[in-house]
Design a protein around this ligand. Structure first.
Ligand code: AMP
Ligand code: MG
Length: 391
């Protein structure tokens, strides 16, 4: 059995990154940028009015000013500002030559249509200078960033329309178990509905992986051999659930070996989620997760997610918080690193969600986080800080 940190290191260390493709700017949400991007211009590209007001010379502020013109955003000024003059200017418009400040319109009075009195003679400049944010050639966004709206805005601002990103991982989800039926079927005696496939597919898809469903695999060697073999041949990553424990019909690890995959680990000191298999052959990878839905959810979040992001060029750091525990916690056995479904209360405390065993799927409905209970820690008192990762 290896520790959680060892499993993470083993999986994410030295991975070959996926190839790069160029996609249109509008298709980059959730993709990982594959090259640094430079600005093709200064920003702002010209000296720009930061407020609506009057562009003029600071040395003239104590005298009435004669209006030259009105400059709208998007227009070029026609007049240079000379002594005793001003131009009315809108936010975002180019500041005319000769002006060194823009007085806010609220700080002025119009005596007649063409004469302006300034009330605030100590005004700020209110000019955003050419290139003060970014200069042409500066890197505006770096390789490895998981693109979100704020990043895509930056790409748009520098005209990066064809964007290099890492190719999506192509992944197949398979569920093993003779007891499983698909959700549209009413389970017969001894049967349960397959909930893991949907859970794993959605966990993969929400992180931008191209995930498809390969169906239910019967608990027989032949079924495992042919369906897992086919999925491995057609996909870069296969995620299986079930069939890896000590049961008489748990064939998955043996079949993975038979298919030529190397098994890197079969169990991790994590609770829930201990029996988890990670195998690979070249650039093909298989995760076989426990059938219990809370366990498979956990291991996907904790290990499959950073691994899949890494293949796509991103070093995933889960959003984490250190928050006080809502109520005393204790556990009998502290030999594994616990990741307990939890929610964050209105008071900003962490409430652990009681779940009786890893099959208690409904516990996850209330969870917005997984609370980390470190190895060898068996009690945590109310008010002590716990590390939670948001899910
Ligand atoms: P296994 O890991 O195959 O021994 O399964 C452990 C437990 O998880 C059993 O109670 C299974 O019925 C349940 N289980 C396995 N696969 C699924 C699935 N796809 N959806 C829901 N529950 C499952
Ligand atoms: Mg099973």
């Amino acid at each position: 059995m290896i520790t959680f940190d060892e499993a993470h290191e083993l999986m994410c260390h030295d991975l070959p990154l996926n190839p790069v493709e160029n996609v249109h700017l509008a298709e980059t949400q959730g993709r990982v940028l594959a090259a640094d991007i430079q600005s093709d211009m200064d920003m702002p590209p010209f000296n720009k009015a930061a407020v609506d007001g009057y562009a003029c010379r600071r040395e003239d502020l104590t005298q009435p000013l004669q209006l030259l013109e009105v400059i709208a955003a998007g227009q070029q000024p026609r007049h240079k500002i000379t002594a005793g003059h001003c131009s009315k200017i809108m936010t975002g418009a180019p500041v005319p030559e000769g002006a060194d400040c823009v007085v806010m319109v609220e700080q002025t009075e119009t005596t007649d249509e063409l004469t302006i009195d300034i009330k605030d003679t100590k005004t700020k400049n209110n000019i955003a200078l050419k290139g003060e944010d970014i200069q042409k050639g500066n890197t505006v966004i770096r390789e490895g960033i998981l693109l979100q709206p704020q990043h895509i805005a930056v790409l748009a601002s520098v005209g990066a329309v064809s964007v290099p990103v890492y190719e999506k991982v192509k992944l197949c989800v398979l569920s093993t178990g003779d007891e499983l039926v698909e959700p549209e079927i009413v389970p017969g005696p001894g049967q349960i509905r397959n909930s893991n496939a949907m859970q794993l597919l959605m966990q993969a898809r929400r992180m931008g992986v191209e995930a498809n469903y390969g169906g239910i695999v019967a608990d027989s060697e032949e079924a495992c051999r042919s369906l897992i073999g086919e999925a491995v041949a057609k996909n870069q990553v296969v995620i299986l659930s079930g069939g890896i424990s000590m049961g008489d019909f748990d064939y998955v690890p043996a079949i993975l070996k038979e298919l030529g995959l190397k098994i890197h680990f079969k169990s991790i000191a994590v609770q829930p989620g201990r029996p988890s298999v990670f195998a690979s052959s070249g650039n093909k990878f298989v995760f076989a997760l426990p059938g219990n839905p809370v366990s498979s959810f956990n291991i996907f979040e904790l290990l499959a997610k950073p691994f899949l992001y890494k293949l796509m060029g991103h070093n995933y750091q889960p959003p984490r918080l250190l928050l006080p525990l809502e109520a005393d916690y204790s556990r009998r056995n502290a030999a594994r690193h616990g990741f307990v479904p939890a929610s964050i209360t209105d008071k900003g405390t962490v409430k652990l969600i009681s779940y009786h065993g890893s099959a208690h799927i409904n516990a996850l409905v209330w969870a917005t986080a997984l609370a980390s209970i470190p190895l060898n820690v068996s009690t945590i008192n109310k008010g002590e800080l716990v590390d939670v990762r948001l899910i």
